[in-house]
Design a protein. Structure first.
Lengths: 152, 279
């Protein structure tokens, strides 16, 4: 049977984390199902949660005036949605929309931040796991910026 | 395989038998021989020099099925005067063909292994013969995984074939685009991001990739990070090829002539060159 503990412990974001840290994370977690086309985050709103994707596909969108919304990345099982919850002032920087029926673990960001502040070892472990994700996405964004498939 | 039966510098006349639009600026043309030869063998990954009479000559990778007799197929993106002329041909028109030239993909040494094909943009064209070959000799290879990136959904090549390949036994086909509108339900992001969904056994996999050079540089590093040995990674390079037989030096790249030492190279042999500026 999949409990919150096993689901979180098996997610790449938390895989290998000490059991005591998993327990701390579980205390902030809940299972959420998201309908197709529903928005999980909206740009400018307070970032009170982070999400571990279990199933489904999620589009990260940016909106600009007088332009159609643009999907800049899709995320899937094993990915996380967002690090705005980590970075003050904790507001989402993009929209995240479920493309199809999606299951996520939602972690209460205020709860997690409080636990990270109280337990710096947990906080450091979390940061070590976020840093490579941020680095990979930054590199991917740079490649997109280069527009490598355009006729130059 | 080098073209040795006749003068490699002398084009032979072939007739355009078919021209099909793939995307807004990319076309696939099929040629049939006019001379005494009815078939010309090629290895997946090899290229021909296509001569547009009165316009010029271009190196173009062969994108068709190596087992298709009496026909050579090329996929061409219209980006300059010569390629514009090439995709403006009408069926029946004659084109001069030299080749095939160069070193192709290691399809023989990949037997018994999983094959990972990674393509970006028009880079899928020189890899399509590999896919045809593996599917034709299905029992001789392990899994076939194709990861394909394009600029946007409208620029994806061979869309019907992508869907059909994905339904074949032991095949995994994933496409992604750099940007998409709200209606696109597929992946968005650079092609390296698809690697996390690829079902691979790194030590039993041969990777073949073709696309923009920076894409291959990044993918190569990522494959190494994922445990693929450098000697199992192969990539196709592109430079301005003229003679196609290593005489003129136009395509020299470090110590290599792309036309005769490549276009397909082992990542192990050329990785340091990929990081050199302005080479």
């Amino acid at each position: 049977m999949h409990t919150l503990e096993t689901i979180i412990a098996d997610h790449p974001m938390f895989a290998g984390l000490e059991a005591s840290f998993i327990d701390l994370a579980v205390g902030c977690a809940s299972n959420v199902r998201i309908e197709p086309n529903a928005y999980i985050t909206r740009e400018g709103e307070e970032s009170n949660q982070m999400f571990l994707i279990r199933e489904g596909r999620v589009a990260l969108e940016i909106h600009a005036p007088a332009r159609k919304p643009l999907v800049i990345e899709t995320l899937g099982p094993g990915d996380i949605i967002g690090w705005s919850w980590l970075v003050p002032p904790h507001f989402w920087r993009f929209n995240a929309r479920a493309i199809n029926s999606t299951r996520v673990i939602a972690l209460d960001a205020k709860c997690l931040r409080t636990k990270c502040e109280a337990n710096h070892e947990l906080g450091y472990e979390i940061l070590k796991r976020f840093a490579p994700i941020i680095e990979r996405r930054l590199e991917a964004t740079r490649l997109q910026l280069l527009d490598v498939y355009a006729a130059h | 395989m080098q073209h040795t039966e006749s003068n490699p510098m002398q084009p032979e006349p072939w007739r355009v038998s078919e021209l099909a639009r793939e995307t807004a600026d990319t076309f696939t043309l099929s040629l049939q021989p006019l001379g005494r030869k009815t078939h010309r063998e090629f290895q997946p990954g090899q290229f021909s020099m296509l001569w547009m009479f009165g316009v010029g000559e271009l190196p173009i990778s062969i994108s068709g099925d190596p087992a298709a007799e009496g026909k050579l197929t090329y996929t061409v993106r219209s980006v300059g005067e010569a390629t514009k002329a090439l995709v403006s041909v009408a069926p029946g028109q004659q084109i001069g063909v030299r080749g095939p030239f160069g070193k192709g993909w290691p399809v023989e040494s990949a037997r018994g292994q999983d094959v990972l094909v990674i393509a970006g943009g028009i880079g899928l064209a020189p890899l399509r013969p590999v896919i045809y070959h593996v599917l034709r000799h299905r029992e001789e290879y392990g899994r076939l995984v194709l990861l394909y990136g394009a600029r946007n959904p409208r620029d994806l090549l061979y869309r019907k074939e992508l869907a059909a390949w994905g339904k074949q036994k032991d095949c995994q086909v994933l496409s992604t685009v750099d940007y998409a509108g709200m209606n696109w339900r597929g992946h968005v992001g650079v092609v390296t991001r698809l690697l996390r969904y690829a079902r691979l056994q790194p030590l039993q996999t041969v990777a073949m990739m073709c696309g923009p050079e920076i894409m291959m540089r990044v993918v190569g590093r990522e494959l190494i990070n994922r445990g693929l040995p450098a000697e199992s990674i192969h990539l196709s390079m592109e430079r301005n090829m003229k003679c196609a037989v290593g005489f003129c030096g136009h395509c020299q790249w470090g110590p290599h002539f792309i036309c005769k030492d490549g276009p397909v190279f082992s990542y192990q042999d050329i990785a340091p060159l990929l990081d050199k500026y302005e080479l």
